[in-house]
Design a protein around this ligand. Structure first.
Ligand SMILES: C[S@@+](CC[C@H](N)C(=O)[O-])C[C@H]1O[C@@H](n2cnc3c(N)ncnc32)[C@H](O)[C@@H]1O
Length: 271
C-alpha cells in the first residue's frame, strides 16, 4: 500500500502509530505488512520513492548496490573512510543530542555504524520516540536489523527534501554526514524541511565535512579525492552550512566545533 504521493512507510519495530505523540494525520496509511524481522513483506512489489539522480549517479556504490552494505557497514571500513574519526564524530553528535531523549527525535538519513542503535538507547531511556528517514529502502532495512524488536523507532522511506511529516513535530533532529552528498538545491530543501518539522526551541545537530586548516595536509591531497568521489562535498569547504539554511537561521552564528584539523565540523542550531 502506498500513499497518494507514492511514498511508503516501513513500519518500525514498535507500534509507533498507537503510541505516537505525533498526530495520527501525520502517519500515512501506507503501513506495510511485516515479517517477524520487521521487513516489509511486499518490498519487491511496492513502488519506491524515486532515488534522486545525485545518489544513483555518484553514490550507487556506497548505498544502493546490494553488496554496498555488506562491504561498507563494518567498523574498520567506516573508520578508515573517516580517517579514524568515526567514534569521535559519532560520540560528539550523540553528546550533543543528550543522554536521555524524551519527546520526538528525528534522524535524517541512515548512517553506517551504530549511531542509530545508540540514539535508540537514549530515546528509550527518555521514554521518547525516534523516527529515521532514508530514501533507500535497503538502508532502512539494514538499520532495522540492528535495533531491538521493541525499539521505539519508526523507519520511514522519504526524501529528506520532501518530508511527509507535520510541522513542529520534533524536539530535535540529527543529520550525520548527509549534506556533503547532496547538490546545493537538495541541501537547501532538506534544511528547509528540517527547520519546518523541528519545534521552535528544538535542536538541530549537524555533523559534516568542512575545509581543513591551512596546516592540515588533508587540505591539499584530499581535495582531488573528494572532488572525484564526492563531487558536492567541496561546497562545504567553500561555504558555511548556514549558506543553505532558511532565514533567520542563515543569518546567525551557531556553536561550531572542528575535528581532525578542520576536516569535520559539528554545528548545533536552535530552531
Ligand atoms: C547520511 S549519509 C551517511 C554517510 C556516512 N558515510 C555514514 O554512513 O556514516 C548516507 C545516507 O543518506 C541517505 N540519503 C542520501 N540522500 C538522501 C535523501 N535525499 N533523502 C533521504 N536519505 C538520503 C542514503 O541513502 C544513505 O543511507
Amino acid at each position: 500500500m502506498i500513499d497518494p504521493k507514492g511514498r511508503r512507510l516501513l513500519r518500525g519495530p514498535s507500534s509507533a502509530q498507537e503510541t505516537s505523540p505525533i498526530p495520527p494525520a501525520a502517519v500515512r496509511p501506507s503501513v506495510l505488512a511485516r515479517t517477524k524481522a520487521g521487513l516489509p513483506v511486499d518490498s519487491a512489489k511496492a513502488p519506491v520513492i524515486p532515488i534522486p539522480s545525485y545518489l544513483s549517479e555518484h553514490y550507487w556504490w556506497a548505498y544502493i548496490h546490494p553488496r554496498a552494505i555488506r562491504f561498507f557497514d563494518r567498523p574498520r571500513i567506516i573508520d578508515f573512510i573517516l580517517w579514524g574519526n568515526y567514534t569521535r564524530l559519532r560520540t560528539a553528535a550523540l553528546a550533543e543530542m543528550g543522554d536521555s531523549l524524551p519527546g520526538n527525535s528525528l534522524q535524517v538519513a541512515c548512517a553506517y555504524g551504530d549511531l542509530t542503535p545508540q540514539l535508540c538507547r537514549r530515546v528509550a531511556a527518555g521514554g521518547g520516540r525516534l523516527d529515521v528517514i532514508d530514501i533507500v529502502p535497503i538502508q532502512l532495512r539494514n538499520v532495522r536489523r540492528k535495533l531491538p524488536s521493541d525499539a521505539p523507532v519508526r523507519l520511514l522511506n522519504m526524501d529528506s527534501a520532501d518530508l511527509d511529516l507535520p510541522d513542529a513535530a520534533y524536539d530535535r533532529a540529527i543529520v550525520y554526514l548527509l549534506f556533503h552528498e547532496q547538490p546545493e538545491d537538495h541541501r537547501r530543501r532538506t534544511l528547509a524541511e528540517i527547520f519546518r518539522v523541528v519545534k521552535p526551541g528544538g535542536k538541530v545537530v549537524i555533523v559534516d565535512y568542512a575545509k581543513p586548516r591551512w596546516w592540515n595536509p588533508w587540505r591539499y591531497w584530499f581535495r582531488p579525492v573528494l572532488a572525484t568521489l564526492e563531487p558536492f562535498a567541496l561546497d562545504l569547504w567553500a561555504n558555511a552550512l548556514t549558506t543553505w539554511m532558511p532565514a533567520p537561521w542563515s543569518d546567525q552564528q551557531w556553536p561550531r566545533e572542528s575535528y581532525f584539523g578542520g576536516l569535520y565540523q559539528k554545528i548545533v542550531v536552535t530552531r
